[in-house]
Design a protein around this ligand. Structure first.
Ligand SMILES: [Mn+2]
Length: 350
């Protein structure tokens, strides 16, 4: 098992690579989409946003080229780290793949090229979250120990999404007025299948593993849109959709623990046994949707040390990152929260 840190777009510099190394990481997981372009998100925390989502999607396409990604990998390796994965596509690159819109075929071709670029740059995993509404409906408050700010849910979130939005970001500021009609669960599974059928052969050839994150938050519907992996058993359905060795999981223990079905340690056992975990998000949580709260890593309902023991039993060799952590009361809330989680994980991984 290897310890990693997830870095947002604005963290991709030497200072943050060194911070990860100093915390004992061997790896980083990088986000190329900037969730913090809108002033409504505090760059010292995880994004939450409002009914308009996190902000505007569609950052520079340069980040997705082989040249830029190779340069990033070299900058990371210069600090003695590896890039374990890239996390999340830009909503501007695949809105019609998620919405089954007119640009779907064109966008799938672009995604294939992105996967080829990632492989050519020597980055082994692409994490994605196949979701129309994305990470929406969360609230922020002093929910964690000592009044530390964390996120959670305080009831369902059903306000429809405006046209031009997908994945909790805005891809078209000039979209026609109106809201996006609801899809069905079966339509969304078909869209996922179309995506996997197109992408997985390219991923295999490029040496890139596609890693699916479960729904965050794991509700059956968010903003009137269906979700895919909102109960533990749905992950098996996703794996069964395509036997490719490139079809794997971005295994988020926190999201799985928030689900209303399953016992989290049994769920970890079940999926560790598949050996199709590309990498792990490991955080702790109290209660279930629609009323869960994120906690410090030692303080929720997940026995994180037991999770590590189960992963070790199945000889899991991949990377574990803390995912989110409560923001601590100090001048560097994100750094302190992550350092605390990483220290705990590092000790537990011995
Ligand atoms: Mn996660």
């Amino acid at each position: 098992m290897r310890l990693g840190l997830g870095l947002y777009r604005h963290h991709l510099d030497t200072e943050h690579f060194r911070f990860a190394k100093q915390c004992g990481c061997t790896d980083v997981v990088v986000h190329l989409v900037d969730y913090f372009r809108s002033p409504k998100n505090d760059a010292g925390d995880q994004p939450v946003g409002d009914d308009g989502g996190w902000g505007l999607a569609g950052g520079s396409d340069e980040y997705w080229t082989t040249e830029w990604l190779t340069g990033l990998r070299e900058r990371v390796e210069a600090e003695g780290l590896r890039i374990a994965a890239i996390e999340n596509f830009d909503p501007a690159h695949w809105h019609d793949v998620l919405l089954d819109g007119p640009k779907k075929a064109e966008q799938l071709e672009h995604l294939k090229q992105i996967i080829r670029n990632i492989g050519a740059a020597g980055i082994p995993v692409m994490g994605y979250n196949f979701s129309i509404a994305g990470v929406a409906g969360r609230v922020k408050g002093p929910y964690a120990r000592g009044g530390a700010e964390s996120v959670g849910m305080d009831g369902p979130y059903d306000i429809p999404m405006k046209n031009g939005m997908v994945w909790n970001m805005v891809y078209d500021e000039n979209a026609a007025p109106g809201t996006i009609p609801s899809a069905t669960h079966e339509q969304l599974w078909q869209r996922l299948k179309d995506f996997l059928d197109a992408i997985l052969p390219v991923a295999e050839e490029a040496g890139v593993i596609m890693a699916a994150h479960p729904d965050d938050p794991p509700m059956p519907f968010v903003r009137g849109q269906p979700r895919l992996v909102y109960q533990p058993s749905h992950y098996q359905r996703l794996l069964d959709l395509h036997p490719s060795p490139a079809n794997q999981m971005e295994f988020c223990v926190g999201s799985l623990a928030e689900m209303t079905e399953g016992e989290i340690h049994e769920v970890v056992e079940q999926y560790a046994a598949t050996r199709r975990i590309a990498y792990v998000h490991l955080r702790n949580v109290r209660d279930k949707v629609p009323h869960y709260k994120e906690t410090f890593i030692d303080d929720g309902e997940v026995d994180v040390l037991r999770v590590l023991k189960i992963l070790r039993k199945y000889d899991y060799q991949g990377v574990i990152i803390p995912d989110h952590a409560p923001a601590m009361s100090c001048p560097a809330p994100w750094h302190a929260g992550m350092a605390f989680a990483l220290g705990f994980l590092k000790a537990g991984m011995k």
